[in-house]
Design a protein around this ligand. Structure first.
Ligand code: PBG
Length: 328
């Protein structure tokens, strides 16, 4: 067996061509999903303070954005809606003329080939900001299921390609699958936020989506960050209920969870590079403290190396431009 000095691992690192030849992982544009925030009204393109270069768009402004996203080769967007009307039961989430339903139809008319993934959750639509119905100061699991299924169905009816429940209620994948199948949407896949942690990394998103809980927090439904084996049970449950793609969220502080899920299940795996991860990179880059491009590419490559097949990231457009530059 060769050892030093015959064995020299540095031989394959000497030039970029050699390094590229033996490179194990790389970022592919076709694996990225770009999140978008949609508001009611017209003529609105409003930057989110803690997420530089990420905007809230009204539907008319969104169309230019999705054309750009598609022209960059990004295959999919993930839609979040911010309604004008919020109530106890999140009724704007499943209204046929709701903000997301309008956005889906408009995108599908403008760029039909762009995949539209929709976040299925009530938190942006409830007056209390929780992801389900409140009964006795507690988010009631079973009563919430029917509303989530109704929301997913209304997205499918509007033309969504994939529905992505992010609420963390038990049994939601089953409830959604049954409703979709009953109504003729057997072909619509479910991307479940299977292992979603109660994370401080969602802070900027909650500002963007106006979805901060008005009392308490999400710890009674989202996962406890110290737990990894429990994530495998969550994933197992969602696959058993019919999830087609599973997700681990956040990504960067949970690379070990991504790795374990990848090693234990033969199901396409997505990772969500969330708002707080984006905000930290942007803030440091604005200070001139890091090389933004190198940091972003390193982070996304690490998420791939951990085992993710798909990455949801606010960096998608920049990455598409950078990678086109190196190839072209
Ligand atoms: C809930 C939802 C959240 C995110 C995606 N879907 C916020 C939460 O659970 O509080 C966070 C995404 C991000 O931080 O980028 N609908």
């Amino acid at each position: 067996m060769a050892t030093f000095p015959q064995l020299r691992l540095r031989r394959l690192r000497r030039t970029e061509s050699l390094r590229a030849l033996v490179r194990e992982n790389c970022i592919e544009i076709e694996d990225l999903i770009y999140p978008l925030f949609v508001v009611e009204g017209s003529g609105i393109k409003q930057e989110i303070a803690s997420m530089p270069n990420i905007f809230r768009f009204s539907v008319d402004q969104l169309l230019g954005e999705v054309e750009e996203v598609a022209s960059l080769g990004i295959p999919a967007v993930l839609l979040f809606g911010i309604p004008d009307h919020k109530d106890e039961v999140g009724s704007a989430a499943y209204h046929p003329e709701g903000i997301i339903q309008q956005a889906i139809r408009a995108i599908k008319q403008t760029v039909p080939q762009l995949l539209v993934v929709t976040d299925v959750c009530l938190c942006e639509y409830t007056s209390h900001g929780h992801c389900g119905i409140i009964v006795n100061d507690y988010v009631d699991n079973d009563q919430t299921l029917a509303l989530l299924a109704r929301t997913a169905l209304s997205h499918a009816e509007a033309g969504a390609d994939i529905v992505a429940p992010s609420d963390m209620m038990d049994g939601r994948v089953k409830a959604i699958r049954e409703t979709l199948d009953e109504r003729g949407f057997q072909h619509i896949p479910i991307l479940s936020y299977a292992a979603k942690y109660a994370s401080a990394f969602y802070g900027p998103f909650r500002e963007a989506a106006e979805s901060t809980p008005q009392f308490g927090d999400r710890r009674s439904y989202q996962m406890d960050p110290p737990n990894a084996r429990e994530a495998l049970r969550e994933v197992e449950q969602d696959i058993a209920e019919g999830a087609d793609i599973i997700m681990v969220k956040p990504a960067l502080a949970y690379l070990d969870v991504i790795r374990q899920v990848h090693d234990n299940f033969n199901c396409p795996l997505a990772a969500y590079n969330v708002s707080g991860e984006y905000a930290m990179v942007k803030a440091a880059a604005q200070q001139g403290w890091i090389d933004e491009k190198q940091i972003v590419l390193e982070i996304l490559t690490a998420i791939k190396r951990a085992g993710a097949d798909i990455i949801i990231t606010y960096h998608a457009k920049e990455v598409a431009i950078w990678l086109a530059g190196t190839k072209g």
